[in-house]
Write a protein that binds this ligand. Structure first.
Ligand code: FAQ
Length: 340
């Protein structure tokens, strides 16, 4: 239960596909890879190796679960937003995240697993969702930090996914990225307002950065040497950049923004390397990442409990909708018989 643990490194999906390949599949596999190498899209009805399908089912559904669970940390501040304007913006952002979850479940369903099965994987604790959503949002400044940093990291990871080889995922990402960019800006604007406010407000913004910085860096996933899926995902052009490359791009983009805010980063080793032109960071505490994935982060239990409660509370709505659809179907069928 609650397991998000890192699994043992399995045999690579390419290796499994190759081992299982029957002679007639070799030609299909070659054709499949040629489509990908030519930068064309794989569509739901196209032939694809099992490993490609499983990778996408896993990644897209985890991504969808992240959007849905990711509504909770911000939902925590809806009733305490400091003004009507802030409340309206936060509400709209959270609704956008729900929309992203649903586009992503739709994309994942095209791979042969139903939305109900994906929900079941989440609710039973078998499926992962992004580690970042297991951290609490303690102050209003966290709404700034989530938008600025969490959505900022999400965009960095998702812009390349707009070019992912699987058509439905790539297309869903285009709208998601447009909305995430807006979320990032509203978060940065909350931080800017706080940093230009009273010393107490600026201290609140600094505290939010201090608590979110390292967990946000972990969002990009394990370092490349420990990333078990990256090799296959790169070959299949699902991933265009490695976890470490995206983490570095994010740090390079974000450090100047933090400096503009007049904030400091909670990393004494953060230094600009003039030779490489990149910021270098101190060691990431991967034991914390593993702990959170294993279900022992600050909010893992609460997040899943809330999700299960919402699912149970919504049962009557789903049942009523199905009963209404059935009545309507019967009425239309009866009207058709009467008209004949
Ligand atoms: N948390 O071999 P890799 C958002 C797992 S959306 C939890 O490197 P991969 C919007 C990984 O699944 C945020 N688990 O794996 C928003 C795998 O486990 P598995 C979500 C993680 O797939 C903003 C294992 O570790 N975004 O924020 C994490 O090649 C504000 C080995 O890792 C996406 O899902 C993690 N951070 O690369 C919403 C983007 N990192 O499955 C609300 C799409 C790794 O074998 C408010 N996903 N793991 O059991 C991806 O790009 C990739 O899946 C990575 C991981 C980069 C996350």
């Amino acid at each position: 239960m609650y397991t998000q643990a890192l699994n043992e490194k399995p045999p690579s999906d390419t290796a499994i596909s190759a081992a299982k390949a029957r002679p007639e599949d070799a030609a299909k596999l070659a054709r499949f890879q040629a489509i990908i190498d030519a930068e064309e899209k794989i569509e739901p009805n196209d032939w694809m190796p099992d490993g490609y399908r499983r990778t996408l089912q896993r990644q897209i559904s985890q991504h969808a679960h992240s959007e849905i669970i990711g509504m909770q940390p911000e939902g925590n501040w809806l009733t305490r937003a400091p003004s009507l304007k802030r409340k309206a913006a936060l509400l709209a952002k959270i609704q956008d995240e729900a929309g992203h979850g649903h586009y992503l479940y739709s994309a994942a369903e095209t791979l042969g697993i139903s939305r109900e099965q994906y929900y079941e994987q989440l609710l039973s604790g078998r499926a992962k969702y992004s580690s970042i959503f297991n951290y609490p949002t303690l102050t209003w400044a966290d709404m700034g930090a989530v938008g600025w940093l969490v959505d900022g990291a999400a965009i960095m990871n998702q812009i390349p996914l707009c070019r992912c080889s699987y058509g439905p995922y790539a297309r869903a990402m285009i709208r998601v990225c447009k909305e995430e960019s807006f979320h990032q800006r509203q978060g940065f604007e909350i931080m800017l307002t706080l940093c230009r406010g009273t010393p107490a407000q600026k201290a609140m913004a600094q505290d939010a950065l201090d608590r979110f910085w390292w967990p946000v860096l972990m969002m990009f996933g394990p370092s490349d040497k420990d990333s078990m899926h990256s090799a296959d995902s790169a070959k299949w052009k699902i991933k265009r950049f490695s976890n470490d490359e995206l983490r570095e791009k994010f740090i390079d983009a974000t450090v100047p923004q933090g400096k503009f805010l007049g904030l400091t980063f909670p990393d004494p080793h953060l230094t600009f390397n003039d030779t490489t032109g990149h910021w270098e960071h101190g060691p990431i505490d991967w034991s914390e990442f593993k702990r959170v994935l294993a279900g022992d982060g600050p909010c893992n239990r609460q997040r899943l409990r809330n999700r299960r409660t919402s699912e149970a509370d919504g049962t009557w709505v789903r049942e009523a909708a199905l009963a209404y659809a059935e009545k309507r179907r019967q009425r239309l069928a009866a009207a058709k018989v009467a008209a004949e």
